[in-house]
Design a protein around this ligand. Structure first.
Ligand SMILES: *[C@@H]1O[C@H](CO)[C@@H](O)[C@H](O)[C@H]1NC(C)=O
Ligand SMILES: *[C@@H]1O[C@H](CO)[C@@H](O)[C@H](O)[C@H]1NC(C)=O
Ligand SMILES: *[C@@H]1O[C@H](CO)[C@@H](O)[C@H](O)[C@H]1NC(C)=O
Ligand SMILES: *[C@@H]1O[C@H](CO)[C@@H](O)[C@H](O)[C@H]1NC(C)=O
Length: 258
């Protein structure tokens, strides 16, 4: 008789708590943060930014004449990856021999300008990690890569042909990072070929064209989001079950003691 009462009471408790779990579940599920891409609140006007900082007039002039500005602005506007641009000051351009840039074909000049940006947003601290990678692809793609070394807060850049460092952070807010560099980054792929003794850099065939990486990455993160929400809700159910079992056991134990 007594056992029967216990059985009924625990069953009632079970029903009540499962009903509670059901009503409690929906709001807590909606509370789990959805990893939806945060819309960029402010559009970063690169022209504007490079006009008011610097002086970066020479670089800006090349950005406009080669139309690379559109490529960079599009990356800043429309990708989650963002962009990192290394901008040489006007004095850096005057230090480069006039002939160096003027004898380039329009395509080569465009490559040189594309070479000054990475198709990803990197904060200064990210370069510590980036320095572990042997070569980082730039917007120019192919074997137009840069090497970074990070030494107690200062970032050194090697293009294979020129070495320089980041001398100031002009703008570092995801998705746009702009760093001032001391020298124009001259890609070995173009300038290395002028000097016969310099061995041609080994081609790096595995590096995907810069334009592909942002789309691949955003597709990945989209595909990842539903599964992560699913994981969240199933672990939530597990927690509910655990609470339920404990509750039933506790009630049962108390009744037995009585
Ligand atoms: C960006 O800024 C420049 C210079 O201030 C301006 O001429 C241009 O119209 C702006 N572009 C957009 C898309 O707002
Ligand atoms: C970037 O976004 C601004 C503001 O929405 C727009 O005016 C401009 O045309 C865009 N530029 C590119 C290259 O997508
Ligand atoms: C560091 O770089 C590697 C690739 O070299 C990347 O997989 C990893 O996510 C990076 N870690 C951080 C904390 O950025
Ligand atoms: C980058 O480093 C790798 C490995 O140390 C080297 O093979 C490559 O030539 C370097 N590239 C540049 C652009 O400095």
């Amino acid at each position: 008789m007594e056992f029967y009462t216990i059985f009924i009471v625990s069953n009632v408790m079970l029903l009540m708590s499962s009903a509670f779990a059901k009503t409690a579940s929906p709001p807590s599920v909606s509370l789990t943060p959805t990893p939806a891409p945060a819309p960029a609140p402010d559009f970063v006007n690169l022209t504007d930014l490079l006009t008011v900082t610097g002086p970066f007039h020479t670089f800006l002039g090349y950005l406009e004449s080669t139309k690379v500005l559109d490529t960079f602005q599009n990356q800043a506007n429309n990708t989650e990856e963002g962009i990192t641009i290394f901008v040489p000051k006007d004095t850096a351009f005057s230090a480069v021999k006039k002939t160096s840039l003027s004898k380039l074909t329009p395509d080569q000049l465009k490559q040189v300008i594309l070479f000054h940006a990475l198709p990803h947003f990197y904060s200064l601290a990210d370069f510590k990690n980036l320095s572990q990678t042997s070569s980082t692809p730039t917007f120019a793609g192919g074997d137009y890569t840069l090497n970074f070394t990070y030494d107690s807060g200062s970032v050194h850049i090697s293009s294979g042909w020129s070495k320089t460092k980041v001398s100031s952070a002009v703008h570092v807010t995801d998705p746009v990072a702009i760093y001032q560099v001391d020298k124009v980054l001259l890609p070995e792929a173009i300038f290395g070929t002028d000097i016969p003794p310099a061995p041609a850099p080994a081609p790096t065939p595995d590096i995907a064209p810069a334009a592909d990486s942002p789309t691949e990455h955003s597709a990945d993160s989209k595909a990842a989001s539903p599964s992560s929400t699913h994981d969240g809700s199933s672990s939530h159910k597990l927690i509910n079950c655990g609470i339920l079992a404990n509750l039933v056991l506790a009630t049962f134990g108390m009744l037995v003691l009585m």
